[in-house]
Design a protein. Structure first.
Length: 480
């Protein structure tokens, strides 16, 4: 029986390994982590991450050929294939701070693999890493190997949160990079054999190591660039009376462009896009390519601009101040169908409104008050360091309350900001909400999910990203 061990039981390691275990009953899969609460949660009925369909997959395999454990060394020692799916956050200090990937967790995992191994292994980079990381990992492993042979593969993950299980069941492609040597080819084939249990062979792409590593950064940069492009257009739409939804539709009808990933929003969030583009920018700078670095940096700049623009619009519409006004925040997660708040645009929007002394009442169906308070008190980039798993610091933001109901959040509020596109927000009783709010009552739709015309008929003043502005908003121009 082939034995797989995955180091890192997070958003990628957990779901990916659960699907491998489901699709490959002949393979024993152990997912290990240094975080005891995370592993305990994986072994309980309350999984540590919310992901549609995940519970079902885990229940089918856990205890059969899928195991979650904190005994990292034992499972690594016994494995034939070791996936490394640890966090690779942005460095917060030292060389490259604020841009470069922090490979501390990766390096310590690699050193541990070298220390405990007693047999040859394939080591798979599942984490998103800078190009040439495999070379560094190879050096660590071979210099500490006591004669054991390691083959390094790059197998970046392309799942998106909220649809992870579907993405894993039907991936657009699986990418495997390896050394172009007989041993490298053999290792690539061994990993191909795992995926071939359910992924058609022509969708399993093989490349050299550096292409696989760079393809992951490139794919995220291209995806994020589409959102920044449409968000840049949304500002121009508001200035000219064009409607960004109509523009996106017309543009996306061109088969060379395609219709997906063209929804204007308050900004993209999530643990990957910003981190991976900053990392790409840093790699370009290190390779003497400042123009290329600057090109990609603009994707982040437009994203920051879009979040600022939203805050400015809220404040300027409400007589240029939100001081002591109750603002309801509907949605805090970075997208629907996840409880993940890493780099969610809601953090920057809430901080912006708090800076203007607003009183926030926040509701998200999947995010706890502890998490929201932690996000609003944490420094930029700290979230992906082990701090993540420490108990919440005693600091709380007093201007913030968190509630478990959209009607409670909006009661007596002056304005509503919709920051996540949860389906339940589309069917709220907005007449009831309007009746219980201060007047004039505002809705700022950062996801374009409500029917603005219907809300205007009720009496709301409505702002929708990239849509023609109503008379009120035109009279209260936002300074960018
Ligand atoms: P995560 O923070 O959810 O999980 C990482 C886990 O690794 C944590 O539970 C942490 O405790 C554990 N860990 C760290 N060092 C360890 C060590 N030495 N030994 C054992 N466990 C250790 O992160 P994630 O979202 O799963 O992302 C993991 C990697 O995958 C990152 O490089 C990320 O860029 C990449 N990625 C993420 C996504 C996504 O949607 N989240 C998608 C594709 C790729
Ligand atoms: C992304 C990539 O899609 C995935 O392939 C990679 O493996 C990890 O990073 P994820 O961050 O989980 O996945 O979600 P994604 O669906 O890409 O959304 C990212 C952000 O962009 C969210 O905040 C989302 O709301 C926003 N978005 C997405 C838009 O604003 N408009 C769109 O049209 C699409």
């Amino acid at each position: 029986m082939v034995k797989i061990c995955c180091i890192g039981a997070g958003y990628v390691g957990g779901p990916t390994m659960a699907v491998i275990a489901l699709k490959c009953p002949s393979i024993e899969v152990a997912v290990v982590d240094i975080s005891v609460p995370r592993i305990n949660a994986w072994n309980s009925d309350q999984l540590p991450i919310y992901e549609p369909g995940l519970d079902d997959v885990v229940k089918q395999c856990r205890g059969r050929n899928l195991f979650f454990s904190t005994d990292v060394e034992k499972h690594v020692r016994e494995a034939d294939i070791v996936f490394v799916s640890v966090n690779t956050p942005t460095k917060t200090r030292g060389l490259g701070a604020g841009k470069a990937a922090d490979l501390t967790y990766w390096e310590s995992a690699a050193r541990m693999i070298a220390d405990v191994s007693k047999s040859d292994k394939i080591v798979v980079e599942k984490s998103t890493v800078p190009v040439k990381t495999a070379e560094a990992i190879e050096k660590i492993l071979t210099h500490n190997s006591k004669g054991i042979k390691f083959q390094i593969l790059s197998n970046p993950e392309f799942l998106a949160e909220g649809t992870a299980i579907q993405d894993l069941f039907n991936p657009d492609r699986v990418l495997i990079g390896g050394r172009e040597t007989p041993e490298g080819n053999k290792a690539v084939q061994a990993l191909k054999d795992v995926y071939a249990h359910w992924v058609p062979e022509d969708q399993i792409l093989t490349t050299n190591l550096w292409s696989a590593e760079l393809s992951k950064l490139a794919a995220n940069a291209f995806l994020a660039q589409r959102i920044s492009s449409v968000n840049a257009m949304s500002a121009l739409c508001e200035a000219t009376g064009a409607d960004v939804t109509q523009v996106s539709y017309a543009v996306g009808k061109d088969t060379r462009i395609g219709p997906k990933f063209l929804n204007a929003s308050v900004g993209f969030g999530g643990s990957c896009f910003q981190k991976d583009i900053l990392n790409l920018v840093y790699i370009c700078e290190c390779n003497g390519l400042p123009e290329v670095a600057e090109y990609w940096r603009q994707v982040i700049k437009i994203n920051d601009y879009q979040k600022n623009r939203f805050v400015n619009r809220v404040v300027s519409s409400m007589f240029n101040t939100v001081s002591n006004k109750k603002i309801a925040i509907l949605g805090f997660a970075f997208k629907k169908d996840t409880g993940d708040t890493r780099e969610t645009p809601a953090i920057d929007v809430c901080k912006g409104l708090l800076g203007d002394k607003a009183l926030l009442s926040i509701y998200d169906p999947q995010v706890t008050e502890d998490q929201i308070q932690r996000d609003l008190t944490m420094n930029k980039f700290d979230w992906d360091h082990p701090l993540h798993f420490q108990p919440m610091s005693p600091t709380t933001v007093k201007q913030v309350t968190c509630v478990w109901d959209a009607y409670e959040a909006t009661k007596d509020a002056h304005g509503i900001c919709i920051l996540t596109e949860w389906d339940e927000f589309k069917t709220l009783d907005f007449k009831r909400i309007y009746d219980n709010m201060q007047k004039p009552a505002f809705v700022f739709d950062g996801r374009n999910i409500v029917n603005a015309e219907q809300l205007r008929e009720i009496g709301f003043i409505v702002y929708s990203i990239g849509k023609p502005l109503d008379a009120w908003l035109k009279d209260m121009p936002a300074v960018a």
